[in-house]
Design a protein around this ligand. Structure first.
Ligand code: SAM
Length: 235
């Protein structure tokens, strides 16, 4: 049986009891970074062996882990933090399992994507997740332009080193649009900073951002959306 097991995104108290039990009872744990994850396993008294399972060995490891799953061993996959498979390894092994009809389960648990989305206060009934914003300016600008035309909230992961560049682009591509930087979620310096691009740019230029962050763009309002539809239909 394969288990995808989410782990805390900053606060060890967010580890679920079931996640601990599954990791304790697994034959092996595939971890993105075994040294990083050994801190977690030691904290929770989990003695199951860890092997590396990351983007550079995912293809080879998938074959090895599939052998174990065919032998009815219990394999658990964790990433450095949050939900495996969301901008993290895990999806390839899961797809292989599905293709062979082998049993699997995904444990519910922490993810920066969902936490940031809800905490932003932006509509969350429908949303777009774009992963990490592209590091190059062309790709990033295309993503922001697409977000400007979207009805749903757009959610991205962003690096603190690039945030100000993104906000500079947002001044041009997202005028008048409410944005949110959700930072250090579940940690001591958790912060949700909402505002228009020029306000956020001024703030983060004066206070260079640190830590991990989610960048969110509020979608078009119903009225803005209707106006665009009408304009597109030539009404
Ligand atoms: N699979 C993970 C998840 O479900 O949240 C995401 C992995 S991705 C490689 C790591 C990125 O998630 C970080 O660079 C940051 O953008 C975001 N992130 C992770 N932890 C965070 C936190 N505590 N606060 C804000 N963003 C976080």
């Amino acid at each position: 049986m394969l288990y995808l097991v989410p782990t805390p995104i900053g606060n060890l108290g967010d580890m679920t009891q079931r996640a601990v039990e599954v990791l304790k009872n697994a034959t092996i744990i595939g971890a993105e970074d075994t040294r990083h994850s050994s801190i977690l396993t030691q904290h929770f008294g989990i003695t199951t062996p860890l092997i590396s399972y990351h983007e550079h060995n995912e293809a080879r490891r998938t074959q090895e882990l599939m052998e174990r799953l065919r032998r009815e061993e219990t394999v658990a996959i964790i990433s450095d933090a949050g939900m495996p498979g969301i901008s993290d390894p895990g999806a390839r092994l899961l797809a292989a399992c599905i293709a062979e009809g082998l049993p699997y389960s995904v444990l519910p648990g922490p993810s920066a994507l969902i936490t940031g989305l809800i905490g932003s206060g932006f509509p969350a009934d429908a949303f777009y997740y774009g992963g990490f914003l592209p590091p190059k300016s062309g790709g990033r600008e295309r993503e922001l332009e697409a977000a400007a035309n979207r009805r749903e909230t757009s959610v991205f992961y962003e690096s603190p080193h690039r945030l100000c560049k993104t906000l500079e682009a947002a001044v041009r591509f997202l005028p008048g649009r409410e944005l949110c930087v959700a930072r250090e979620l579940s940690k001591t310096f958790e912060e949700y900073r909402r505002g228009l691009a020029p306000e956020l740019l001024a703030h983060f230029t004066a206070h260079p951002p640190k830590g991990e962050m989610v960048f969110l763009v509020r979608g078009l309002t119903s009225r803005e959306w209707r106006d665009r539809e009408k304009a597109a239909a030539g009404e």
